[in-house]
Design a protein around this ligand. Structure first.
Ligand code: FES
Length: 134
């Protein structure tokens, strides 16, 4: 038996322009809705690290690894959500944490990286109204 998702109107399209977010409470869940270059994404407003209100963090890009010292590769602009407490970074479009290990730089030890899971939800636009399905 499949369970239908409930439909929640969030705001008009004009109220959520590119680069902006809207944080809503639906039931006991706080959820951030983001307009990333015209596409909409929703992530749970709890950082998997220590529970900060993740969606109140800054949105921008991040530095990706490069081949040579002194080279910089700023990328993913508008897709990276940085937690306001300890600055962990997450890709809004996937919910995945951004983590860049550099084993050549310093002595390394065995480490396991477990991907924190953010709860993600389907978001749509219906006749210029942003809609969230839970
Ligand atoms: S609570 Fe988000 S990085 Fe620590």
């Amino acid at each position: 038996m499949s369970r239908r998702k409930a439909r929640h109107e969030i705001c008009s399209l004009q109220e959520l322009p590119v680069g902006e977010r809207k944080i809503v409470d639906i039931g006991k869940r706080s959820i951030g809705i983001f307009n990333v270059h015209g596409d909409f994404y929703a992530v749970r407003n709890i950082c998997p690290h220590q529970g900060a209100e993740l969606c109140r963090g800054t949105v921008g890009g991040t530095m990706l690894p490069t081949e040579n010292p002194g080279e910089y590769n700023y990328a993913l602009d508008g897709r990276i959500l940085r937690c306001p407490w300890h600055f962990w970074e997450f890709d809004i479009t996937t919910g995945e944490m951004i983590f860049v290990p550099d084993p050549k730089r310093v002595k390394t030890y065995d480490v396991t990286v477990e991907k924190p899971e953010l709860e993600r939800y389907e978001v749509g636009v219906e006749e210029d109204v942003v809609v969230l399905y839970l």
